[in-house]
Structure formats: structure tokens, C-alpha cells
Design a protein around this ligand. Structure first.
Ligand SMILES: [Zn+2]
Length: 209
């Protein structure tokens, strides 16, 4: 809440707590191997604003590296130049879905699986093998688009209307949630599903099932 354009002490404390939450999950993402330090980004929506990690920041050292920009902007905000290069993808996802948090990682098996399966024209979906991933994710769409491009923003937002986690082919995972914690569960689940599927597919090939 703002009074006369100045943020109140209460709103500053709330904002600090939200930043600390993103800092905590940035560390968890790197520790769990869901992104390597300088890649990936995190954001949280608060009304018509979002807190987002800055470009070039290390996900496990986000102190002082989170900026607030508008979700909906007709022309780019002045802070956009230091926000993540994928700020437009986060914006498109917030506009298209009910997400209140978005985590983006570059985990190994998710990226690998997204590059293995598809011929041109084939429907790009990874169907998990293990029961928990089927329950949490149903299936994982794979979309295309260059880093930070309008095409990627459109494709990711469309796929995330009906799914909580998607993979950008050869790039990484975008996970959404009503909370940062939920988005983290989805980010981890996508990697788990892809790891199990990769191992099952490899084992089947070895024993010619
Ligand atoms: Zn990325």
C-alpha cells in the first residue's frame, strides 16, 4: 500500500520478505542442479507488478539483484534493461495464466529430453513414466523460440495455460505456481520426470524392449 506515492513501512517489509523468498529459492534451484549459477531466473507477481531477478545475476546470490517492473507495459519499463533477458516471457505467462510465481531453470535431463524426441511436425509432448510425475504434471509440452524472443514468450504462455511446467527445446524449463514453493515443486518434478524417462528409454534400448 502506498500513501501519497511513498511506500509504507509495512509494504517495504512485505516486499523485503518476498525478495528473501526469491533469494531462498534461487539458492535451492542451484543447489539442486536445476540451473547452473548464471542461468535461469525467478519472479513473483504482486498485483500489477512483478519482482524478477536481474540479467547476468547469479541465481544463488540474488541479494540486491531483484527489481520490480510492471507486469503489463505498453512500452518497456526503464528497469527492463537490468531485468532478466527473459522478462518478456514472464510477462506473457502472467498475462495468460493465473500464475503468481515463475521459476526458470536449465536442468540437464529436461534439456536433453527436449532435444531427443521430435521430428518436424510431430506433437511436442513428453509423457512421464513414473506415477508421481503423471499425477503432478500429466504431460510436459515442449515449445520452441529463441532466448527472450516474442515467439518464445507466445509459445510458453500458450502452453502454460493448461500445464504447470513446460520445456523450451534445447534451452530449459519454465514452471508456474500460485506460490514460489509450488513453482519449485513443478520445476523439480519436470527434471525428475525427464531423468526417469531418459533412464527407462535408455534401458529399453539396451535390452531391446
Ligand atoms: Zn533460459
Amino acid at each position: 500500500m502506498k500513501i501519497g506515492g511513498m511506500p509504507t513501512a509495512q509494504s517495504l517489509i512485505k516486499n523485503k520478505r518476498r525478495m528473501q523468498e526469491l533469494i531462498k529459492y534461487g539458492k535451492k534451484i542451484v543447489e539442486a542442479g536445476l540451473a547452473h549459477s548464471h542461468f535461469g531466473n525467478v519472479s513473483k507477481r504482486v498485483g500489477d507488478q512483478m519482482l524478477i531477478s536481474t540479467t547476468g545475476s547469479m541465481l544463488d546470490e540474488l541479494e540486491g539483484q531483484i527489481v520490480t517492473v510492471p507486469v503489463d507495459t505498453a512500452s518497456p519499463d526503464e528497469l527492463d534493461v537490468i531485468a532478466s533477458t527473459e522478462v518478456n516471457v514472464h510477462r506473457a505467462i502472467y498475462k495468460a495464466t493465473s500464475a503468481l510465481a515463475i521459476l526458470h531453470g536449465h536442468s540437464k535431463y529436461a534439456v536433453t529430453m527436449s532435444m531427443l524426441l521430435y521430428e518436424p511436425g510431430e506433437q511436442m509432448l513428453i509423457v512421464p513414466e513414473d506415477a508421481e510425475s503423471v499425477y503432478v504434471l500429466h504431460e510436459i509440452p515442449v515449445v520452441r523460440g529463441g532466448v527472450g524472443s516474442a515467439e518464445l514468450a507466445r509459445n510458453a504462455a500458450n502452453a502454460l495455460r493448461d500445464h504447470k511446467g513446460i520445456i523450451v527445446q534445447g534451452h530449459g524449463t519454465f514452471a508456474r505456481g500460485a506460490t514460489v514453493d509450488e513453482a519449485y515443486v513443478i520445476l523439480s518434478s519436470v527434471e525428475h520426470a525427464c531423468t526417469v524417462k531418459y533412464l527407462v528409454d535408455s534401458a529399453k534400448k539396451r535390452i531391446n524392449v
